[in-house]
Design a protein around this ligand. Structure first.
Ligand code: EPU
Length: 418
């Protein structure tokens, strides 16, 4: 068990460099097993999800060299083992081994994926897509058994533009016979990152980043490299924090267009920033104004920014309305923010936030990854000290968070309480 202890009330200045994107890295690592030769993935964030995925690659007899932020993976002698419950349930992204192994070996046995408890998180679109490609899917004792004699390209229309389903079906289709078309595909940057990686191996994918992706199957995938794109969720978290207590705080290594939906909201709340293509300097703010925020698929306001953003809304003058539209249960942070002094009322998927309310340090619990990030922000802007229990959730998605924040003047420490 881990705790983060925070002493609030310090202004943050200096520079925070953004790491590689978690939600791309967690797909690129499983994607590497489609390659018949060696791959190199650079700018990989050192987060606990990375280690969990490497353990699965090793279970499948893959060779992994993990040096600094560069992973070299060779799965040319891959063995198709059952992905054990204790590995699959560590994270959501273990489900990408379904598409990747199905593509490479036409057979997968994997226990149910884990991940943050933020809603129903069904994977029916993934499974239905595999079936349309010609696979059978059996669910037995918390395990999926997916098998195909042959995968055949087809047209798959997603009921919802799911990030996970789009990537998983791309992975399965890359070595299928003929052409697969994914309609109503998700358009998030991580999908482009994965398609680029597969194309670098010799795959034939067009349309990634639009709502129609076309994949023409190939038989062999060769040696390739890819760089993980910067993490727009990590960048967004630090931009929100900097908007509250930053003074000449620079956020570097970003892709500005991935952040547009957030930057528009921060600007309309009154945050003063200089925005360049790959770095943003936050000067500070006058009185913050109440705003309304609704989460949407890309290029809309990302659901993963929602919990951090709700902390900013507690400091805005007036009533802000925050609406979560992607997950049913992303409100685990609210009772703790109220305990710290916020005035937030939840009604179904909406939070009404009355501000500004000063926050006071408290003992709180990270119920999930982004709830944890929101409590880090809350602790840093509070008077007094905050202890966040179950902080391991936060380490699943934020590389060296304590070090990065300490370098810009925050007072916090990570404590092992085993
Ligand atoms: N959905 C279904 N059926 C499916 C797939 C999705 O009903 O087969 C529903 C989900 O229940 C959810 C919605 O569709 O309500 C969106 O799900 P999506 O598939 O887009 O998300 P995901 O693949 O489960 C990834 C990230 C999430 C991020 C979302 C949206 C990973 C491992 N997870 O989840 O990241 O919020 O895309 O961008 O990449 C996080 O980083 O904290 C996180 C939760």
């Amino acid at each position: 068990m881990k705790q983060i202890k925070i002493q609030g009330g310090y202004t943050l200045s200096g520079s925070i460099a953004i790491s590689g994107m978690k939600n791309a890295a967690v797909a690129l690592i499983p994607a590497s097993i489609l390659c018949d030769e060696e791959v190199t993935i650079s700018n990989v964030p050192n987060i606990s999800d990375k280690h969990a995925l490497i353990d699965i690659i090793k279970l499948l007899n893959g060779q992994v060299n993990d040096q600094d932020s560069v992973l070299t993976i060779n799965t040319s002698n891959i063995l198709n083992q059952t992905i054990k419950e204790e590995l699959a349930s560590k994270l959501r992204a273990s489900y990408y081994f379904m598409g990747a192994l199905l593509g490479r070996k036409k057979h997968v046995e994997i226990y149910f994926p884990g991940g943050c408890n933020i809603g129903n998180r069904k994977i029916d679109f993934h499974l239905k897509g595999f079936q349309l490609l010609g696979a059978t899917v059996e669910e037995k004792d918390d395990k999926y058994i997916i098998h195909a004699e042959e995968l055949k390209g087809t047209t798959i229309r997603l009921d919802f533009a799911s990030v996970g389903a789009t990537i998983n079906l791309m992975l399965a289709a890359v070595k299928a016979k003929g052409q697969t078309i994914i309609e109503n595909a998700a358009k998030e940057p991580e999908i482009i990152n994965v398609a680029d990686f597969l194309n670098n191996m010799g795959a034939k994918i067009t349309g990634a980043g639009t709502n129609t992706i076309t994949i023409t199957g190939v038989e062999y995938l060769h040696k390739a490299t890819i760089q993980v794109l910067p993490d727009r969720i990590e960048a967004g978290t630090y931009l929100i924090l900097g908007s509250l207590i930053g003074k000449e705080l620079k956020i570097t290594n970003i892709v500005r267009k991935h952040l547009d939906a957030l930057l528009t909201k921060l600007t309309s709340a009154g945050v003063e920033m200089d925005i360049l293509e790959n770095e943003i300097t936050i000067h500070g703010h006058q009185d913050l104004k109440a705003i309304n925020v609704k989460t949407l698929v890309y290029p809309g306001f990302v659901t993963d920014w929602g919990q951090p953003m709700s902390v900013l809304l507690t400091q805005c003058h007036g009533t802000s309305i925050f609406e979560e539209t992607i997950y049913e249960n992303r409100m685990g942070h609210v009772p703790y923010l109220n305990k710290m002094g916020a005035n937030m009322k939840v009604k179904n998927q909406t939070i009404e936030i009355q501000g500004p309310t000063p926050l006071k340090g408290q003992d709180v619990v990270a119920s999930d990854l982004r709830a944890g990030a929101s409590l880090v922000i809350a602790g840093l802007i509070s008077e007094g000290s905050t202890t966040i229990q179950d902080a391991e959730h936060i380490l699943r998605g934020y590389e060296r968070i304590v070090e990065k924040l300490t370098n810009v003047g925050a007072k916090l420490e990570l404590i092992d309480i085993n």
